[in-house]
Design a protein around this ligand. Structure first.
Ligand code: GLA
Length: 435
């Protein structure tokens, strides 16, 4: 059991909020949000058999249309990102990268223009090695030319993968490409797959270097279409959190990979769990789903503005698992508003138990590290219910969590002034139930 001294929680968050110097492009001051093709569409290149699902300009134009018409753009989803398999097998005669001529007949610049006309931004994928993971031309040996090509095409975000290169050379390759991107003068978010390849090979990752050179970086292997894949990633993050949370902050984020919500595998409860945890983790919110067929209840998870607000919190402090008790994991993230001494918090109670009944878990605010003497106003972010009375640190709360599900709360600090003016009524009954 990973136990964290509850009394020292606030002090610890102060220390964890210390952040490192980051890539100075002024971008990604909150975790980037958008839509990325890979998890749902992979390397589908057969457009005759799969006209709606193949990697083609139509797929990305449709995604852009739906981000806007289905309300995702309104709540912050901004980047439409091409992943692997967009390239021709060879570079042009002048050595430039070129998009597959059949599937992207108008080229990437025209696609960028379309995406921009919708008020969105375009991202693209490449690889720091000689080939992409699916075997298309990589950037190695052509870095400056390729950075210039992406800028000429009006690209706004680039994900650089790490196949087909000796992992020990990544500490040079990734920063070097970042410098060429900077040199273009175009603001381009830089997403790196660097640390997880090194970690995988047993190489000690230089996270200081990573966070100074990338706006976001993958910490773990690929998320796959299952609840167990999701929770394996979550478990690994909990294991590494002591060092990893230190690396996150405005402009530089840990990336645990895409949201699975709206696809085949995750249940409604499990989808709520991923969204809550990605908010706690200050993770990039990259959907990878078929936007035309996301059912309403899943869409409402993806568009929950209270949860997106936690994810996009300006302080940029990544949250962490503070303890596991009775099969319930408690994850906490300090957020705005804050006073001189105290933060507000997002708190996720994640049910990892295996029996079929919902589980009732009790705790006090103090045990969660919530010790602002003026108290807190608590809102249940999924049920939209706010307790309009303030709860003091000794208040007890009960949460009823469904199997594999979550109860996700926001505890907002009450200020002295609000307390004095009795802006909020004081609680009489000392016990509150959230479900
Ligand atoms: C790697 C990355 C994935 C995806 C594929 C594309 O596996 O981790 O996110 O980009 O390559 O081939």
């Amino acid at each position: 059991m990973l136990h964290f001294s509850r009394n020292n929680l606030c002090l610890a968050f102060f220390l964890f909020s210390y952040s490192l110097d980051a890539l100075d492009n002024g971008l990604a001051l909150t975790p980037p949000m958008g839509w990325l093709a890979w998890q749902r569409f992979r390397c589908t290149i057969d457009c005759e058999t799969f006209p709606d699902e193949c990697i083609s300009e139509e797929l990305f134009k449709r995604a852009a249309d739906l981000l806007v018409s289905e309300g995702y753009a309104n709540v912050g989803y901004e980047y439409v990102i091409i992943d692997d398999c967009w390239l021709e097998a060879n570079r042009s005669a002048e050595g430039k990268l070129q998009a597959d001529k059949k599937r992207f007949p108008n080229g990437i610049k025209a696609l960028a223009e379309y995406i921009h006309s919708k008020g969105l931004k375009l991202g693209i994928y490449e690889d720091v090695g000689t080939k992409t993971c699916e075997g298309y031309p990589g950037i190695e040996g052509h870095e400056e030319m390729d950075a210039n090509t992406f800028a000429e095409w009006d690209i706004d975000y680039i994900k650089i993968d790490g196949c087909f290169i000796d992992e020990r050379r990544m500490d040079k390759g990734f920063p070097q490409f970042g410098k060429f991107l900077n040199k273009t003068g175009r603001p381009i978010v830089y997403s790196c797959c660097w640390p997880f390849y090194q970690d995988w090979k047993g190489i000690n990752v230089n996270y200081k270097l990573v966070s100074e050179n990338c706006n976001l970086w993958r910490t773990n292997g690929d998320i796959q279409e299952s609840y167990s894949s999701l929770m394996n990633i979550v478990d690994m993050i909990a294991l590494k959190q002591d060092s990893w949370v230190l690396n996150a902050g405005p402009g530089h984020w840990n990336d645990p990979d895409m949201l699975l919500i709206g696809n085949f595998a995750l249940s409604y409860e499990q989808s709520k769990t991923q969204m809550a945890l990605w908010a706690i983790l200050a993770a990039p919110l990259m959907m990878s789903n078929k936007l035309s067929s996301v059912r309403l209840e899943y869409k409402s998870i993806l568009q929950n503005t209270d949860i997106i607000k936690v994810n996009q919190d300006k302080l940029g402090i990544q949250g962490r698992r503070i303890y596991k008790d009775q099969g319930i994991e408690v994850w906490v993230r300090p957020v705005e508003p804050k006073s001189e001494k105290y933060y507000s918090y997002a708190i996720a109670f994640v049910n990892r138990r295996t029996e079929g009944t919902p589980y009732l878990y009790s705790t006090s605010l103090r045990d969660l590290g919530l010790i602002n003497p003026e108290g807190y106003i608590i809102k249940n972010l999924y049920s939209n219910h706010t307790v309009s009375k303030f709860l003091e640190p000794n208040s007890l709360i009960k949460v009823l969590t469904n199997p594999t599900g979550v109860v996700f709360l926001k505890a907002r600090i009450v200020t002295k002034q609000q307390r004095i003016t009795k802006y909020y009524e004081e609680i009489k009954n000392n016990l509150f139930l959230f479900m």
